[in-house]
Design a binder for this molecule. Structure first.
Ligand code: SF4
Length: 380
């Protein structure tokens, strides 16, 4: 799959920090996309491959299969079914309104703004009508658990720009997010339309960011967008930011602003530490020295030295116990039982309880807690 410098899936990051697009220019390995963790990326790729096969076959493949080295799970199959249903219903709705519809999946497109601004859209639906504006609709499938909102979604707007060949005010531009896993008040399929004005403002933002990068005037700009930046270990600004925290005059206790900044940036800081550990570990393993650090064996964890059957028979022969002592039976979670017995049964015996409070940015969709009512509840 071809990845360009300004990929739509990473546009939140490079719009905030145009310099971050420089990674591919530097000749590093990688694809210019944001680096999500290995396991999550492999799972996402497998889920996307299943969606592609499902669209091609017109149904979720019935056979058990391994995709991208992973066993396809029931959750992936349910997601692929939702994807197929959404594509079909979107097309059916347009056809019902008298449009002539074309549907394409995995469509690569480049914008007219810059030859390096483009990417592959999961699904593109275009439609024409004798009396109405043409419709351009992009559908994006995401198997991740981090909630993706559809309104004002820059990634969808970027994909739309890849497939627009008319003035904005002559088009009806739509976007759809299909996200099967996390709960969202608007459902697993979320739809939005993007006005010509909104797209025009967004296009100006994109032009400004790309111009900065192309002119060589872009500077590294640290923020929450840094979390998955593939350039992180090459970025001096992020190290200066970490150093600034180290050198700050005020303690966290004396400065609520500093406490808020640290928590706002926790995702970035955690990733910086994880990547640095990985980098240093590689250096030490290859025999290089890193001041003040060394490699040691991790603490061992006891495991059985014989297989299950052998262990059971040995324990029985010793007359000290049997299955009861070796195995435990645990209750399945509501989500697991729901798959076996269905939603209606599980609904009767479940409740949703919060396990406490947590600190999040003001932009989080959940309403804030009232400290007085928390104090009353806990008798403080
Ligand atoms: S890590 Fe550096 S280059 Fe990457 S987005 Fe942050 S400031 Fe920009």
């Amino acid at each position: 799959m071809k990845h360009l410098l300004f990929g739509p899936s990473a546009c939140e990051r490079w719009l905030a920090c145009p310099m971050s697009a420089a990674r591919a220019v530097d000749g590093d390995e990688g694809d210019g996309e944001d680096a999500v963790s290995g396991a999550a990326a492999a799972e996402g790729t497998a889920a996307h491959l299943l969606c592609e096969l499902t669209i091609d076959a017109g149904q979720v493949p019935p056979q058990r299969m391994v995709l991208n080295g992973l066993q396809v799970t029931d959750e992936m199959r349910e997601g692929a079914q939702l994807w197929l249903d959404t594509v079909k219903s979107t097309v059916a709705e347009l056809v019902g309104e008298g449009y002539t519809v074309t549907t394409r999946t995995e469509v690569f497109g480049v914008t007219a703004i810059d030859p390096e601004y483009g990417g592959t859209t999961d699904c593109l639906i275009t439609a024409t009508h004798p009396e109405r504006n043409d419709v351009v609709c992009v559908l994006d499938y995401t198997f991740g658990r981090n909630i993706v909102d559809v309104r004002g979604n820059k990634q969808l707007m970027s994909y739309l720009l890849c497939h627009i060949d008319k003035p904005l005010d002559q088009l009806d531009m739509r976007g759809v997010i299909v996200q099967p896993r996390p709960w969202h008040p608007d459902g697993k399929v979320r739809r939005a339309t993007f006005s010509a004005d909104e797209m025009s403002v967004f296009t100006d933002m994109v032009r400004a960011a790309i111009y900065l990068f192309r002119s060589g005037d872009a500077e590294e700009t640290v923020g929450t967008h840094c979390t998955y930046c593939p350039r992180m270990l090459h970025c001096s600004a992020i190290c200066k930011f970490a150093e600034g925290i180290h050198e700050m005059g005020d303690s966290v206790v004396d400065s609520p602003e500093m406490a808020a900044r640290i928590l706002e940036m926790r995702g970035v800081l955690k990733r910086l530490i994880a990547l640095t550990e990985e980098h240093v570990s590689c250096k030490l393993q290859s025999g290089e020295e890193v001041p003040g650090l060394k490699l040691v064996e991790t603490y061992g964890r006891r495991t059985w030295s014989v297989g299950e059957e052998v262990l059971l028979s040995k324990i029985r022969n010793m007359r000290v116990g049997g299955k009861k002592q070796l195995y435990k039976q645990t209750l399945r979670s509501p989500a697991e039982v729901e798959k076996i017995l269905g939603k209606d049964v599980v609904k009767k015996f479940t409740k949703v309880e919060s396990s406490g409070t947590t600190v999040v940015p003001l932009s989080d969709r959940r309403p804030g807690c009232d400290p007085a009512s928390i104090a009353r509840e806990f008798g403080a």
